[in-house]
Design a protein around this ligand. Structure first.
Ligand code: SF4
Length: 443
């Protein structure tokens, strides 16, 4: 039986998509092996959001060919969409499949027995991603106790630094019944938490169903205990969504809302569709409405024209708003984006200094968030495995908790008393045996 391994670069959406491709390859007769082990086929689902992602992509291909020189290498995803010319120069690639045809990738592979390296890569690619249909061919097997479900793809916003509208095309939403069927199948397989993913999930709209009605219908699935929404754009967070999050027994009190910059001029040059004040008011409203909200954001440093004063504005907002963490990105110019034409680049050393400052602040925020719960008892959904005698899981508001235990707690929801905190996780002790109630408490 031929072996196949898959590797994902980039976002949660890519991760969700990789599980679907893995399910299809298994059905086609491949034996799945861990990425990094010798293999006959590597499917690489790439990202092109940063230059680093591109470098990683090149590195992964080289590394695989080192231990498996005859491996058939198939590359798909955003780099395959936007960097096809660069990819075709990397030795060892046999198949390049743009995002338009990602789901069809397995059918472009030779039969497993006929799999062999090609003198030149076959390329299936269109410049525009114009596909309208959105039915996933099948569902994947998640590799975490939090199962990712893709509900939306593409983006119409056109932020000036972002390649995603080119890489994934315009907004489209997955059929409601398709989403519900996948969620039901996951719950039937024992999953208790699903994470709704997409590029701009607040824009979910399918046959009169918006994100809120979709969540309400998912709430009706017996045995599903947690619904989490992944990153969501500030302009798409409505009062109704905040109310639902505040009152729902299943929708996790967790928001990851990209800010990118706290400076009005930079935000405008980024073509982000909101003002700093609107963002601040939204977050204040969310925090006031939703008890124990876990709150994350994305911040970008080094955008062209980011003066010291502009960076100070970002730093001030990052400090003042009650984030539990942030992800920090350093701007890198992407060919084809509007920001490429902007003058006044920020020197890379300055951008790195700024990223370091924000990363340090994020560390302190994580610590403060964990410390806030010392003495509380919280419901934790455990992941598989253990590290140094600790089992790890997450609370509904996305606090990572480690508990010393020799018992396998995988996929169990347990009440845990928080007794300590660090800047990456909280230490807990299992409380008295907990039977998950139909309505799961936030804490
Ligand atoms: S909202 Fe902006 S940053 Fe996010 S995917 Fe769309 S264009 Fe890119």
């Amino acid at each position: 039986m031929k072996r196949a391994s898959l590797h994902t670069l980039g976002c949660r959406l890519n991760q969700a998509e990789t599980t679907v491709l893995a399910a299809r390859l298994q059905r086609d007769g491949y034996r799945m092996v861990e990425f990094g082990e010798p293999t006959d086929l590597l499917v690489l689902n790439t990202c092109s959001v940063t230059e680093e992602a591109e470098r990683t992509c090149r590195y992964v291909i080289r590394k695989t060919l080192k231990h498996s020189p005859d491996a058939f290498i198939a590359v798909t995803g955003c780099y395959a969409q936007t960097g096809v010319q660069e990819l075709r120069t990397i030795p060892g690639i046999d198949l390049i499949v743009g995002n338009q045809f990602k789901w069809d990738l397995p059918s472009f592979l030779p039969a497993p027995q006929a799999l062999r390296k090609q003198p030149d890569p076959e390329i299936l690619h269109t410049r525009a991603v114009s596909r309208e249909d959105f039915t996933l061919p099948e569902y994947g097997e998640p590799d975490s106790t939090r199962a990712l479900i893709k509900i939306q793809d593409g983006c119409n916003v056109m932020c000036s630094f972002c390649l995603i509208p080119f890489a994934r095309g315009h907004e489209r939403s997955r059929l409601r019944d398709d989403v519900l069927r996948e969620a039901e199948a996951l719950v039937a397989n024992g999953y208790k938490e699903i994470v709704l993913t997409g590029v701009n999930i607040g824009q979910y709209s399918q046959g009169g169903i918006d994100l809120i009605s979709l969540i309400e219908q998912l709430e009706g699935i017996e045995g599903l205990l947690r619904i989490r929404i992944s990153s969501i754009e500030p302009t798409t967070i409505t009062n109704a969504l905040l109310e639902l999050m505040a009152s729902s027994a299943k929708l996790c009190p967790y928001l990851h809302v990209p800010l990118q910059s706290g400076d009005a001029n930079i935000l405008s040059a980024m073509n982000r569709p909101y003002h700093v004040g609107e963002y601040v008011r939204l977050i204040q409203k969310a925090v006031a409405a939703i008890p124990h909200l876990g709150l994350g954001t994305d911040l970008m440093v080094g955008f062209p024209g980011e003066t010291e004063e502009a960076f100070e504005h970002t730093l001030a907002i990052a400090r003042e708003l009650p984030f539990s963490y942030f992800h920090v990105f350093t701007y890198s110019p992407r060919p084809g984006t509007a920001a490429m034409k902007l003058l006044d680049p920020t020197p890379i050393a300055v951008a790195r200094q700024r990223a370091k400052k924000l990363a340090e602040l994020s560390r302190l925020k994580r610590l403060a968030f964990a410390e806030r719960y010392i003495g509380s008892t919280m419901s934790v959904l455990f992941e598989s495995g253990s590290t140094d005698g600790f089992r790890f899981g997450t609370t509904a508001n996305f606090l990572k908790v480690g508990v010393p235990s020799t018992t396998d707690l995988t996929n169990h929801l347990k009440m845990v008393r928080i007794i300590g905190a660090s800047d990456s996780w909280a230490v807990g002790q299992l409380a008295a045996e907990h039977q998950p109630a139909r309505r799961v408490p936030v804490l």
